[in-house]
Design a protein around this ligand. Structure first.
Ligand code: ADP
Ligand code: ASP
Ligand code: MG
Length: 597
């Protein structure tokens, strides 16, 4: 008998009528011959209300008590949904996270799933019951109630689908699928028929709130196809699977994280291990750092800038202040009025001109880019919050995301060409015995014969990044990684990029021309660098990966010249002579997470 997991978000169970309608959907599926597990979120804005209430009682509520409080929202919903199903003539049993055997670690408010026991659910399903499971919550080893993080019911649903080997995982929500960007922000956004795990994981982690990013980690690891669809209509929705709708469009979606903060640690001694101390202190608080840029400064000191979610700024600054003396840095600055705008595309890596197109679109919209980081499938730009919506609209328009790509395929067409993937089966087998949300790495590689070019003293004006990369592109040079950093001292920025080593002389000539045109301070080129890449799933949210990478490089006395992170890769540009040693060292430290691949 086939098994379906159906997840209903807050708006889909916001009132009695909606609860009944969700109940009817589950009953309909059961009457069609499926076993049905429902995963339900708190009603409407209940979680927000509980958060507010806690804030009124305490400025610094304990994380444990917060999870105890927030988990009640889901408990209300599951009971009501089960009652509605019983009332409509089918049989249902509601279960809390603890009752479905959802075991997590003890990181309150961002707990990770360790294991799920399926016996009770399977027994109830075999008895003909509809199981109504509370999303978002679990229990730790001491039976404390934990929660998985905002939006975490998606992760409960996909994790249950994975361990129960469900035939389908349907996510019912208030939009009729995944769009090229949040349709509430841009009405011209287009619903896509099919989006790949890789793109969705990256978009979710960069601000697309339609899916909890960790749910996509599960889906990718276990090969769970996700069907996102509307609670309020029978529209087709979107499939999240291995494939993308287009094999040529450079960008599949755009996302914006409105509430970011930039932190710059000034005058960090430019020796291996110093940035590590900083990031370890932040990593200990389980804060995901993004857009890390190190500006090679003067007199052996560098400014290290990065972004964190704005609501984690205070904790981040506390963590830094705790180690700043030990690190030997001279100070910290921050800006809390910034937003991150990103474009994501699986086909991006093989194409030229994608970055310059994004920068040109931003320049033409009058948006000044404060920082840039790239990785193989995304480009992120940090912009003033007041310009974030204009920035998102501009990039959405530039990549014609409102238009269906000419080669786009529907889910039926993709499904017809599909072969069951051996890799997925192998991975599922291996992960069954593992902690469910444990880090999964798929490889460590080195790309050598690369070169780095850095432009110093780049004026902080709009249009400069566009001009730099248009000029380089016009010279026929293929650029790989790009970072633009923030100079804490004089408000200028520096721009670094990597090219193949054979293109270094030509790149330098072009860079010098650009520097002269804009009155930049200096151009430097470093040949013989290599890009070390650690690949896996969910690498940005598993903050330890970048840390272990830095630690291993620092221990071998290797300086990191550039950093790029995504959910799929962490890249570090280092001196080529250290590359082989670095790769060996990394293979050793990551041996456990790499096992079996
Ligand atoms: P639920 O309560 O059902 O989990 P959420 O509010 O978490 O619903 O997610 C649905 C919302 O996600 C939509 O209303 C939409 O505004 C937002 N969203 C953000 N990015 C996207 C996107 N790329 N596609 C569709 N919806 C998006
Ligand atoms: N109720 C939780 C939240 O609002 C979990 C969820 O809805 O996914 O974040
Ligand atoms: Mg949600």
């Amino acid at each position: 008998m086939s098994l379906i997991v159906q997840k209903f978000g807050g708006t889909s169970v916001a009132d009695v009528e909606k609860i009944r309608s969700a109940a009817r959907k589950a009953i309909r599926a059961q009457r069609q011959g499926h076993q049905v597990v429902m995963v339900v979120s708190a009603m409407g804005k209940n979680t927000d209300r509980l958060l507010k209430l806690a804030g009124e009682v305490s400025k610094t509520p304990s994380a444990r008590e917060m999870d105890m409080l927030l988990s009640t929202g889901e408990q209300v919903s599951v009971a009501l949904v089960a009652m509605a199903i019983n009332e409509l003539g089918s049989e249902a049993v509601s279960l809390t996270g603890g009752q479905i055997g959802m075991h997590t670690d003890s990181s309150f408010s961002k707990a990770r799933i360790q294991s799920i026991s399926t016996e009770r659910i399977e027994r109830l399903l075999n008895d003909g019951k509809i199981v109504v499971a509370a999303g978002f919550q679990g229990i730790d080893d001491d039976l404390n109630i934990t929660t998985l993080g905002r939006g975490g019911s998606d992760t409960t649903a996909v994790a249950l689908a994975a361990v129960l080997k469900a035939d389908a995982c349907e996510i019912y929500t208030d939009v009729d699928g995944v769009y090229t960007t949040d349709p509430r922000l841009l009405p011209e956004a287009r619903r896509v028929d099919v989006i790949s795990y890789d793109e969705m994981l990256e978009l979710a982690s960069l601000g697309a709130g339609v899916m909890h990013n960790r749910s996509i980690e599960f889906a990718k690891k276990f090969g769970v196809p996700i069907h996102v669809r509307s609670s309020f209509s029978d529209a087709e929705g979107t499939m999240i699977v291995t494939e993308s709708e287009s094999t040529s469009a450079p960008v599949g979606g755009a996302a914006m994280t409105p509430d970011e903060a930039r932190v710059t640690v000034l005058g960090v001694p430019d020796v291996p291990g110093k940035s590590l101390q900083l990031f370890s202190a932040i990593g200990d608080k389980k804060i995901a750092v993004d857009m890390v840029v190190q500006n090679v400064g003067s007199e052996g000191r560098a400014d290290v800038s990065f972004t964190v979610p704005r609501d984690e700024l205070t904790t981040t600054l506390e963590a830094i202040n705790g180690v700043i003396e030990q690190v030997g840095a001279s100070g910290v600055t921050h800006d809390e009025d910034v937003s991150k705008v990103s474009v994501v595309g699986s086909n991006m890596a093989s194409q030229t001109g994608v970055a310059s197109k994004m920068f040109r679109a931003l320049a033409d919209a009058g948006v000044n880019i404060q920082m840039i980081t790239t990785s193989e499938i995304k480009i992120s730009a940090l912009v003033p919050r007041s310009q974030a919506s204009d920035a998102l609209r501009a990039v959405h328009q530039a990549f014609l995301l409102h238009e269906r790509p000419a080669d786009a395929k529907s889910w039926d067409e993709i499904k017809a060409d599909r072969q069951p993937s051996d890799d997925v089966a192998m991975m599922v087998q291996r992960l069954r015995d593992d902690a469910l949300e444990a880090l999964t790495l798929t490889g460590i590689s080195v790309l050598d014969r690369q070169a780095r070019v850095t432009l110093f003293g780049v004026p902080d004006n709009q249009g400069i990044a566009a001009d730099i990369f248009e000029t380089i592109g016009a010279a026929g040079i293929m650029v790989d990684m790009i970072v633009q950093g923030f100079d804490g001292h004089d408000g200028s920025t520096s721009v670094s990029f990597t090219v193949a080593a054979e293109n270094l002389p030509e790149s330098l000539t072009v860079a010098e021309e650009i520097a002269k045109r804009h009155g930049m301070r200096d151009v430097q080129g470093g040949g013989s660098v290599a890009k070390v890449t650690v690949s896996g799933i969910g690498l940005r949210s598993h903050t330890s990966v970048a840390l272990v990478l830095f630690q291993e490089l620092a221990q071998s006395n290797v300086n990191v010249e550039m950093i790029g992170t995504s959910e799929l890769q962490v890249n570090a540009v280092i001196d080529e002579t250290h590359a082989a040693k670095a790769q060996k060292g990394l293979e050793k430290v990551f041996a456990d997470s790499l096992g079996g691949c």
